[in-house]
Structures are given as structure tokens and as C-alpha cells.
Ligand binder design. Structure first.
Ligand code: FUB
Ligand code: ZN
Length: 620
């Protein structure tokens, strides 16, 4: 145990002292390995993750399904063919990424040994030329790299991400060696003068950039760029392209990526593509990619996003339909797509230092993503509707289990979204999360400590602890939802203005013990949708701070469900929740003689089953 702790502190000092390979976003995220989360809100979620989410993923991949056995078989250690879906390998890799991340802040020798064991199967399942995919190796070895929909690069990308995570967490190279061998196989197979390829499900692009960062070898970055440039030129072949109702747009292969302007197709694929484009653009300075991402961002956020930050309203393509087509009961809003929104929006902020991207990221994170996992961490939503007749419940696992395994890797990395830094621009405080973080600005090492009960209230006390007195800018994000705030420095109220990018900048010489106090007014807000969203005409939703609220039937004792309505005269006040929701704030509403209770949307379906809705009838 102690050894792993020592390893973690060693890694932190390593990360703080060695320049990271040429990453050229204009700010760099402070990785979660340097951030210790201490607040009530996220600590509870992380505990549930470590105790239940990981165990569920391990039990499901290893014991209840054939996922690990597929590797054992491909390694030649067991007889039999591949069982399950052709991209089931990816769930193993995502679970491994989550386990590896979790090791950093929750050392667990059993989990480390489990990873060693799984890695040994994976390494044996890898073919001599570096190819790795249990579906093809076991069932169709002669058909590999023939159908671009079949997720070979998707699985490979998740393998690379898991291997990089494992290397960071343990310093071991066993998995990273598999990843580089696979990526070298890709380089030998694809590229100018070799085979064309359009990955039917994006993921490999951002993974190759991670591999480049981990190894310093630019060939991986170049392959990622080449793969992006393959899109939109008619090279796509396979099941997606053969289905007339899907076609190239389903996997973002209808136009060259630099020409993208409208959001189309499968939501998760689009988010991973945009994240990969951002990573490559940051390294290679591609303004045309950034312009495309800004255009499509507007289309996603202004015309195709739910109030929960969820995206991809349609189940038939697991993706986007028409602008403003945002039904509530039928909303698909896959958990993975919300995770994708976090990945992409964070990157957009790293380019621009514009807080509007963090506003969206925060919305998706606190609502669309967190609803995907039960409070205990053991049950998952794949689909996250905004209204339910009472029959939609979280499940322990799914045939297609992309969402639970994605949650398993997302939660332990949440600390990476709090801060970003740059030597020139200083420190950016993007999220308000009780935590202690170590970072470096120029030559200054510093610790930032946040004490807060956010998102339940908007009070944040922050300690700035530079190793020695130093001048740098501290940029505080003023959340888009916040209309009134105050800021004090060492007990003195500050007169500050919010810049166009949504931050307040304090540019001064900081010394140990400097204290900031931020108070965001966090009133209950009644929100109307864009009138073009048919489903929400005559309705309103309630949000407070970053949290969207909903009514759940089990709270409305003796109340006619259809009688719940809001009006101009409704009163809405916060109250302490109890039972399973203890520690949270609910909202007590009253319209005329009718009293009703709202709970945070992310927490619905954790108690008795019943109906739920976010958008509530509104009487003018
Ligand atoms: O295809 C792999 C994953 O499974 C996608 O990202 C999800 O939408 C689900 O279809
Ligand atoms: Zn999913």
C-alpha cells in the first residue's frame, strides 16, 4: 500500500518537474493525479466508484460475460470462439483505464494484480504483427481490416488509452508495449501509399495523440492526422456505408473534417471525433479544424442539446436528428455522449480560455453524465430521458455495455477538469470542487486549495500557496448561470469585472496564505426552452447553479401527477433532502394550493419507481 502511495508522490514530483511533450493547447489541464478531491459531492461519487462501479465492471467483464474469456481464448489458453458483440474488447479496456486511474488515488494491490493478469492475456492475444482484436482473431482471422464499421480501431483506441493510464499509474510498460506494437501495426498497414481507412467509430484519433504524449514519438500524432484527413473523400466501406438510411454522415465521413459545420449522425462518434480533431489541431496548429469545431459547437449547443447537457435525441441512430427535435420521454441522451461532451468542451476551452465551453461541460457533467450512474455506483443508465412513465430504470449491465465502462473511467479522472494553466496566462479555475491541487506556472510551484459545498451552495474559499512569492494571473470562471457574485481577497472585497471570456482575472504577486473568497448567488431559476422546441412549449424547467431539477412521483404524496404546474406566482425554495438523498438540496415548490418537491435530475430513479419529468406545465 505504502509503496503505491510513494509511487503516486514520486509521479507527482515527476510531472511537476519534467516538461510534457510539445502539447500546444494554449493552456494545459492540471491532471487529476495532481488533484486530491476532498468535498462532499464528488468524494461521495468517487467512493461509490471505487467500491461499486469498478467491482461491477470487473465482475461483469470477467465472471458474468465472456469478455475476459475472449482474450484468454485469443491468447490460446482456452478453446472456443469469440462470444458477445464484436466490440466487447473495448469494455475491458475502459474498465482497465478506470481501474488504473483509481489506483492513483485509491491504491489497491488486488486491482493492480488483476490488471497484471488481464494484461498478460491481452499481450498473448496480440498477433505477432501487432494486430489485436479478439472478435476477428477468434472468429474471422482472414477478414480483419475489411469492414470499417467493425470497431477494430475503436477497440484499439480504448486499448491505447488504458495502456497509457496503466503506465501513468504504475510506471510499468507491460501494457504500453502492447499499445505501441498495435499502433506500429497500424502505421505499417495504413497511410500514404498503403491502405485507406475511415474508422467507423472514432476514438483512435484522440488515443494516438495520448500515445504520442506518453512516448514522445510523433509518428503516432501523424497517423492520427492522416486518419482524420481520410474522412469525407469516399474511402469509407462497410456496414455503415451500405445502409442507405445511415450512410457516411452517420460516422462523420460525409465531408472532409475541416468542412464540418452541421452536427449529424451518431452522437458518441461525433464527440470522439471532435475531441481527436481538437487534440491534433492543438499539436499541428490547424486553424481550419478549430474553425470547423467552433461552427459545429454552435450547432450542437444552440440547436441540439438538452438542458441536461445531454445530446443525441434519437434512438434509431443513437444520435442527432433535426434541429430543435428534443423530445423528453423519447430522449436518447446516451451517457457516453454526455461524457463525450465533457471531453470535447474541455478541449475547446483549452484552445480558447472561453468559459462558455466550461459552462456546457459543467452542465453535461453534473446532469447528463452523473444521471448515468446510481448513487451507490452499481447501476447504470444507458439512455437518459428527461421524462419517464416510471418504467425506465438503471441496470447492472447491458448487452452493449459502453456506458458503464465509460463511467468507470470517467469518474476517477474528474479532477482533471478543475484547473488549467499556462506559463503566460497563469492559472484558470474552471470548476469549483473542494480539493487540493499541485501545479506549476512558469518556475513557480504552487498548491491551490478549495473549500466548498458546491454545487449545493456557491461559497468557495480558496487558499493560494505558492512555494515562494510569485506574480501570475489567477483566472476565476464566473459560471454562466451566475448573475451576482462577490469576491474578496484576504478579507477585502474586490472590485472586478467579468471579461468577455467569462473569467475574472487577478494579476498580482501571490504569497503563501493568500485567501480568496468567492460567493456565487445561487437562486432557484425557472427556465423556458427555445420556442422552436415543440416538446417544451408551455413548459418550464427548474435549475439551480449547475444542477437541473426534476419532479419524481415518489415525492408527490397524494398529488395528482398531472396537476403539478408552475406559474408566475409559484414559490420555490431549497430544503435539505433526506433518506437516500441526504446531503443534497431538494426544492420545495408551491403553486396555488399544490405543494410539490423537486430533486436533482442526476439523482432520480434511486428510490421507489415512479414517473419523472424535468419540463413541467406552466400556466401563464
Ligand atoms: O459502438 C460502440 C458504442 O456502443 C457506441 O459509442 C454507443 O453508442 C454504442 O452503440
Ligand atoms: Zn454508451
Amino acid at each position: 500500500m505504502k509503496q503505491i502511495k510513494d509511487l503516486a508522490s514520486l509521479l507527482i514530483s515527476f510531472l511537476l518537474s519534467v516538461p510534457v511533450f510539445a502539447q500546444s493547447y494554449s493552456t494545459q489541464p492540471v491532471p487529476f493525479i495532481q488533484v486530491k478531491i476532498t468535498d462532499q459531492f464528488w468524494s461521495t461519487r468517487l467512493k461509490a466508484h471505487a467500491n461499486a462501479t469498478l467491482e461491477t465492471c470487473i465482475a461483469q467483464t470477467q465472471d458474468s460475460t465472456e469478455r475476459i474469456n475472449n482474450f484468454i481464448k485469443a491468447a490460446g489458453l482456452m478453446d472456443g470462439g469469440h462470444e458477445g458483440i464484436y466490440f466487447d474488447d473495448s469494455d475491458v479496456y475502459k474498465a482497465m483505464e478506470g481501474i488504473a486511474y483509481s489506483l492513483i488515488n485509491n491504491p489497491n494491490p488486488e486491482h493492480e494484480a488483476l490488471l497484471d493478469r488481464w494484461i498478460s492475456y491481452i499481450a498473448k492475444a496480440q498477433q505477432p504483427d501487432g494486430y489485436l482484436n479478439t472478435f476477428y482473431t477468434l472468429n474471422h482471422p482472414e477478414d480483419r481490416w475489411t469492414d470499417m464499421e467493425k470497431h477494430e480501431m475503436y477497440c484499439g483506441g480504448h486499448m491505447i488509452e488504458a495502456a497509457v493510464a496503466h503506465h501513468k499509474a504504475t510506471g510499468k510498460t507491460t501494457f504500453l508495449n502492447v499499445a505501441t506494437k498495435f499502433a506500429d501495426h497500424l502505421i505499417n498497414t495504413f497511410g500514404p501509399g498503403k491502405k485507406h481507412w475511415v474508422a467507423g467509430h472514432e476514438e483512435i484519433e484522440l488515443a494516438l495523440v495520448k500515445l504520442y504524449h506518453e512516448t514522445g514519438d510523433k509518428k503516432y500524432l501523424n497517423l492520427s492526422y492522416w486518419l482524420l484527413e481520410e474522412r469525407g473523400h469516399g474511402h469509407g466501406k462497410g456496414a455503415i456505408w451500405d445502409k442507405s438510411h445511415w450512410g457516411a454522415a452517420y460516422c462523420q465521413d460525409d465531408v472532409p473534417v475541416a468542412e464540418i459545420s452541421d452536427i449529424k449522425g451518431h452522437a458518441v462518434r461525433a464527440m470522439y471525433l471532435f475531441s481527436g480533431m481538437a487534440d491534433v489541431a492543438a499539436e499541428k496548429d490547424l486553424p481550419e479544424y478549430v474553425a470547423a469545431l467552433e461552427r459545429v459547437w454552435e450547432d450542437v449547443v444552440e440547436r441540439n442539446m438538452y438542458i441536461t447537457g445531454g445530446i443525441g435525441s434519437s434512438g434509431s441512430n443513437e444520435g442527432f436528428s433535426n434541429d430543435y427535435d428534443l423530445p423528453n420521454k423519447e430522449a436518447y441522451c446516451e451517457t457516453c455522449a454526455s461524457i463525450g461532451m465533457v471531453l470535447w468542451n474541455n478541449r475547446m476551452n483549452l484552445f480558447s480560455q472561453d468559459a462558455k465551453y466550461i459552462d456546457v461541460m459543467e452542465r453535461s457533467m453534473y446532469n447528463g453524465v452523473l444521471s448515468g450512474v446510481s448513487l451507490e455506483g452499481d447501476l447504470f443508465f444507458y439512455v437518459n430521458p428527461l421524462e419517464s412513465e416510471g418504467h425506465h430504470h438503471r441496470q447492472e449491465w447491458f448487452g452493449c455495455a459502453c456506458c458503464p465502462s465509460n463511467v468507470s473511467r470517467f469518474l476517477p479522472s474528474v479532477g482533471s477538469y478543475i484547473y488549467a494553466t499556462s506559463d503566460e496566462k497563469g492559472v484558470f479555475v474552471n470548476l469549483y470542487v473542494g480539493s487540493t491541487a499541485e501545479m506549476k506556472v512558469g518556475t513557480t510551484k504552487l498548491e491551490l486549495v478549495q473549500h466548498t459545498n458546491y454545487p449545493w451552495d456557491g461559497n468557495i474559499e480558496m487558499e493560494v500557496q505558492p512555494e515562494k512569492e510569485a506574480s501570475f494571473s489567477l483566472n476565476l470562471r464566473i459560471p454562466g448561470w451566475c448573475k451576482v457574485f462577490s469576491l474578496s481577497l484576504n478579507g477585502k472585497k474586490q472590485k472586478v469585472t467579468v471579461q468577455d471570456n467569462g473569467y475574472v482575472t487577478l494579476d498580482r504577486s501571490w504569497k503563501k496564505g493568500d485567501k480568496l473568497s468567492l460567493i456565487f448567488d445561487m437562486p432557484v431559476e425557472v427556465v423556458a426552452a427555445d420556442p422552436r422546441v415543440e416538446a417544451n412549449v408551455g413548459k418550464r424547467a427548474i435549475q439551480r447553479g449547475p444542477l437541473v431539477y426534476c419532479v419524481e412521483e415518489s415525492d408527490q404524496a397524494n398529488l395528482n401527477w398531472d396537476k403539478i404546474e408552475l406559474s408566475k406566482t409559484s414559490t420555490l425554495k431549497t430544503a435539505k433532502a433526506s433518506g437516500k438523498l441526504a446531503g443534497m438540496l431538494e426544492i420545495e415548490g408551491k403553486t396555488g394550493d399544490t405543494n410539490f418537491t423537486l430533486i436533482p435530475y442526476f439523482a432520480w430513479d434511486n428510490r421507489e419507481e415512479g414517473r419523472m419529468k424535468v419540463w413541467i406545465d406552466y400556466k401563464e
